[in-house]
Every structure is written in structure tokens, then in C-alpha cells.
Design a protein around this ligand. Structure first.
Ligand SMILES: [Zn+2]
Length: 152
């Protein structure tokens, strides 16, 4: 009796040990589990392996042909439909608001100066009171310039 590949029904040579042809041997569940376990062991032995693989992959995705292939794959699989289907009414309601409107963070701060306020707080290590005064002054200067621009 001739053995056949479990995936594609291609007849296998009498000398073939497994149940898959050469094209499907790496896709078989047994082989996938074996490869996965081996990779897991290798990563546990050498943590740098994961770092190196990540660097290699980051370099690879910048190649124009790889970028084009990923875009083509995204279009072919219509991935945006998954994203749209996952949207809930709460997400739609939240969409379009600014960050501070969404989270109530720094509601005293004009949205265009939030990054400046964060920088002053975190990098310059100023107190919240000092930052509020500086942001208010900056906002007043911006508005004065804006009003002056309107008059001309
Ligand atoms: Zn096959």
C-alpha cells in the first residue's frame, strides 16, 4: 500500500519515514510542536538570541520589497475589517477627543501645551504650581500674538 501525505494526498516514497511530503513536513502539527519546543529551549539557554532575532527582523521590515509584500498581504486579507468589527460604541464615542479630554489629565492646560507641561514636569522637575504659572503665561503670550495677528 502506498502511503499518502496527510495534508495534500501526494503519494510518498516507500523510504519516507513520516506521514508528510517534503512540502508539508514543516507544517505538520507534530513538527511545529517539536520546532516550537526547541526554539523555546534555545531562548531559555541564550537570552541574547531573542534580542538578535528582533534586531534582524526590524532590519528586514525596512526593506522596500518586504514593506510592499506586507502591504499587499494586509490588503489581500482585508485586515482593516477585523479592526472595524472590533470597534464598540464606547470606542466610537471616545474617538476624536483629545488626550486630556479622554483621561481628564491636565485639564487646566491648553491641549497644544500639554507636551511642554509634561517636559517641564518630568525633565525640568518643576512643581505643578510652577508649571501651571509658566503654562498660563505662555498661553497668554500665544493668545496676545494671535489677537495681534487678527488685528492686522
Ligand atoms: Zn503534502
Amino acid at each position: 500500500m502506498v502511503k499518502e501525505c496527510k495534508t495534500c494526498d501526494k503519494p510518498l516514497a516507500a523510504t519516507t519515514k513520516g506521514d508528510y511530503c517534503l512540502k508539508h513536513i514543516n507544517g505538520s502539527p507534530e513538527k511545529r510542536a517539536k520546532l516550537s519546543a526547541a526554539l523555546k529551549r534555545a531562548h531559555m539557554c541564550d537570552p541574547q538570541l531573542r534580542v538578535k532575532a528582533r534586531e534582524r527582523q526590524l532590519k528586514r521590515v525596512k526593506l522596500p520589497e518586504v514593506k510592499a509584500a506586507m502591504a499587499e498581504s494586509c490588503k489581500r486579507r482585508r485586515l482593516w475589517e477585523l479592526g472595524n468589527a472590533a470597534r464598540t460604541p464606547e470606542i466610537n464615542k471616545r474617538h476624536g477627543k483629545t488626550w486630556s479630554e479622554r483621561y481628564g489629565y491636565a485639564s487646566w492646560c491648553p491641549p497644544e501645551l500639554i507636551e511642554t507641561a509634561k517636559w517641564l514636569r518630568k525633565m525640568q522637575r518643576l512643581s505643578l504650581g510652577e508649571v501651571k504659572v509658566m503654562i498660563a503665561e505662555q498661553h497668554e503670550r500665544d493668545m496676545a500674538r494671535f489677537r495681534k495677528g487678527l488685528d492686522q
